[in-house]
Design a binder for this molecule. Structure first.
Ligand SMILES: [Zn+2]
Length: 467
């Protein structure tokens, strides 16, 4: 009898505990939904968030828990938080900061780099970007503190240290004295942002080391770059054996590989090795390469701003005395052909700002202009889909290493993560509602806030609300 009373008491106690622990809910009413996947708005809907996930979506009234936060959307568009699939939080300056690109980081300390990385991360939220993918040198440190709530910023997917050959895109030994054959390293290699590897064994070790250090996937350089000064942009970098070594390390951990690659041969080598994420690809000129991307169901994350003359207004890219100037000119002439082929083969495209060696105003301007370039090239719907559900699918390719495995990203779906923004108009009709700007440097936008995005929620928590 005593045992029965005791267990009844326990039962009652647990009911009380349940009632007290009702998960926090937020109900959005009177919103038109862009769900990230369909080319339409679902008008007059309500969306209920419970904890950090979307619990229900309905055209009828939803009754939330007592004590829920209720937000009248006032007929605004409710859509997934935006995703930037290519950024460089660890490679930033305040303002433009430099006219020498990455070389300007030669004397920077971790103290500066870390502070600016956080500032760059923090700038994303007021612009409606709730997830970013970092492609060089970020480990899990900043993510750990953002996810625990100590710091504010987006979700971060990271490749860890960039892996690449001596003399390649990741070789940032600017001072000739470090070119001595005595194992001398550049500042950024000492800090773990880049790693020079020559030979398949070295790549295998570096890739595994990245995964051990908290990387979700690995990135290697398979061809020349714009911001590096030693390598021709036409150069092929890394051997098939080296690329395959990276893919061995990532596939054994159930995740994906990425490469920095501009031209056909560097892209094809990567695809043959099993890489699924091609960063940039802007110099892909042959139909066969696009066919291979399609066949492999791989992704290209193009640097769309590099296809426009406007980029020459940038103090670094527009300086004819620096190698980047001539490299960008080679990219621009392939713009029309590239966009035609990407549309014809309907390859998977990720949206990335490729924000590097800038931040604050420069970041906003590059990203906003990039959105306009996307709209012009692929249409508004494809652009918004890339910034939401398509990028969400790209993040999910991290598979067993996915740091956010609880729900889908980039969609308004039951069970998806509650990463949600409200937008003052219909972005399917006008991309400026999510920040697009037709001029790269014309209009000054000093604040990171996109004012037509009055509300930003990430993981069920509201970070911006100017309603
Ligand atoms: Zn990049």
């Amino acid at each position: 009898m005593i045992r029965l009373i005791a267990s009844l008491f326990l039962l009652t106690a647990s009911f009380i505990a349940l009632a007290q622990d009702d998960p926090q809910q937020t109900l959005f009413t009177n919103v038109n939904i862009f769900n990230g996947t369909d080319n339409r708005l679902y008008e007059g809907h309500s969306v209920l968030v419970e904890g950090n996930l979307i619990k229900s979506i309905s055209a009828s009234e939803i009754t939330p828990n007592e004590g829920a936060t209720i937000i009248d959307g006032g007929g605004r568009t409710l859509m997934p938080g935006l995703i930037d699939a290519h950024t460089h939080l660890n490679m930033q300056f305040g303002g433009y900061g430099t006219d020498r690109g990455i070389q300007g980081m030669q004397n920077m300390t971790w103290e500066e780099i870390g502070a600016l990385a956080y500032e760059s991360a923090r700038e994303y939220l007021p612009a409606g970007v709730t997830t970013v993918r970092d492609l060089c040198g970020m480990s899990q440190g900043l993510r750990k503190h953002i996810d625990s709530g100590t710091l504010e910023g987006p979700r971060i997917y990271t490749s860890g240290t960039c892996v690449g050959q001596s003399s390649g895109h990741g070789d940032w030994r600017w001072d000739p004295s470090v070119l001595r054959d005595d194992g001398s390293k550049s500042n950024l290699e000492l800090l773990g942002i880049t790693k020079l590897t020559d030979g398949a064994d070295a790549v295998l070790g570096a890739s595994r080391n990245n995964l051990a250090g908290g990387a979700d996937f690995v990135k290697m350089m398979s061809g020349g770059g714009v911001t590096s000064e030693r390598d021709p942009i036409e150069s092929v970098q890394g051997t098939i054996e080296e690329l395959s070594a990276m893919v061995t390390a990532t596939s054994q951990f159930g995740t994906m590989s990425a490469v920095h690659a501009y031209h056909d041969e560097s892209v094809r080598n990567a695809l043959m090795a099993g890489v699924v994420s091609i960063e940039h690809g802007n110099l892909m000129a042959e139909a066969e390469t696009f066919e291979m991307v399609k066949e492999a169901d791989a992704w290209v994350v193009p640097a769309m701003a590099a296809f426009a003359e406007d980029i020459f207004d940038h103090p670094y890219y527009g300086n004819p005395d620096l190698p980047a100037y001539a490299k960008v000119q080679k990219i621009i002439v392939n713009a029309e052909n590239w966009i035609d082929l990407a549309n014809k083969y309907e390859i998977n495209l990720g949206f990335g700002s490729d924000s590097v060696i800038t931040n604050k105003e420069g970041w906003r301007q590059t990203r906003d202009f990039q959105i306009t370039q996307w709209g012009r090239s692929f249409g508004n719907f494809r652009t918004l889909k890339a910034m939401t559900s398509d990028n969400g699918r790209l993040m999910a390719l991290t598979g067993d290493m996915n740091p956010y495995p609880e729900g889908k990203l980039g969609v308004i779906e039951v069970g998806g993560y509650a990463d949600i923004i409200l937008v003052d108009g219909n972005p399917l009709e006008d991309l400026s509602f999510v920040g697009a700007s037709a001029e790269m440097f014309g209009e000054s936008r000093p604040s990171p806030s996109v004012d037509s995005i009055p509300l930003v929620m990430k993981n069920g928590k509201i970070y911006k609300n100017t309603l």
